[in-house]
Design a protein around this ligand. Structure first.
Ligand code: A2H
Length: 253
């Protein structure tokens, strides 16, 4: 564990009813996949959600109205951050595997895509965040490579029961312009570094390094309420808006 706590924004990705059999016990409740992100200003460009197929998740009562699907580890942390119906004690209503979540239709805050789907990603770490990740292929090299693999490999889709219409058409939504990298910076940097696999950890780390600081200090929003503003300025404004409107919560670990 890091000595320095890290603060994530948990994006409430609402599961659209009717629920499949495994989630039937949750019917009548507001159920969300709670995705941990450091980049709330990128939420306009969400194309899908990522879950770990063999990961173990639970549906936890956050308050009288809301249920979050995430790892038990993060539910315990949340329970000590005033985000559990019973203080300091997570209440799990259903245990679920990542495979149970693949294909769930979701409505996520700020997303231009009105419905997005939960899809498999094998590089998700279960000891970081909530184990749920929202996917923004315009600005995240990891998301871009993982989604491109699903789009270009029918056998990979078949392996995880991913329907074509959950990934196609593959439209990357430009949301931030970074001088020298354009408005699809993740794709550009993956092409420039000749990254061919979502498992090429070292090159992906380099891709993230190349875009991260420059994106923050020089990136400009090209969509949304803060269109034309620097990422640096828009980020806290968008974050606060999501929090105020009850579309996201803060989570530290
Ligand atoms: B970020 P850090 Cl656009 N396993 O959100 C793997 N990755 C995870 C995760 C987990 N359990 N939990 C969160 N993440 C991802 C947006 C984004 C992110 C963009 C660009 C870069 C980026 C959309 N995906 O992260 O190790 C989440 O993806 C670059 C690292 O705590 C989260 O923010 O620094 C980020 O990794 C947190 O990683």
């Amino acid at each position: 564990e890091n000595a320095q706590p890290r603060e994530y924004v948990l994006i409430k990705m609402e599961v659209i009813p009717p629920f499949p059999t495994k989630l039937k016990v949750l019917e009548g409740k507001n159920v969300y996949l709670a995705a941990a992100t450091l980049r709330p200003e990128t939420m306009y460009g969400q194309t899908n959600c990522w879950v770990l197929p063999n990961g173990i998740y639970g549906a936890f009562e956050i308050n009288d109205a809301d249920v979050f699907i995430l790892t038990a580890r993060s539910a315990l942390n949340l329970a000590y951050q005033n985000l559990s119906r019973v203080p300091e004690k997570p209440t799990c209503l259903a245990e679920l595997s990542g495979n149970d979540l693949i294909g769930l239709p979701l409505k996520s805050p700020l997303s231009f895509n009105e419905i997005i789907y939960a899809l498999p990603m094998l590089t998700i770490l279960t000891d970081k965040g909530t184990g749920i990740v929202t996917s923004v292929p315009s600005d995240s090299p990891d998301d871009f490579m993982a989604l491109q693999a699903l789009v270009t490999k029918p056998a990979l889709r078949a392996k995880f029961g991913v329907k074509d219409e959950w990934v196609l058409p593959f439209d990357i939504i430009p949301i931030i312009d970074i001088p020298g990298f354009g408005d699809k910076s993740a794709e550009k940097v993956c092409v420039d570094l000749k990254i061919t696999s979502q498992y090429d950890k070292e090159k992906l780390a380099e891709a993230k390094r190349m875009t991260y600081l420059k994106g923050f200090t020089e990136g400009v929003m090209v969509v949304g309420e803060y269109n034309g503003r620097k990422v640096e300025e828009a980020k806290p404004l968008i974050k606060n808006k999501l929090l105020e409107e009850g579309l996201a919560v803060l989570y530290s670990e």
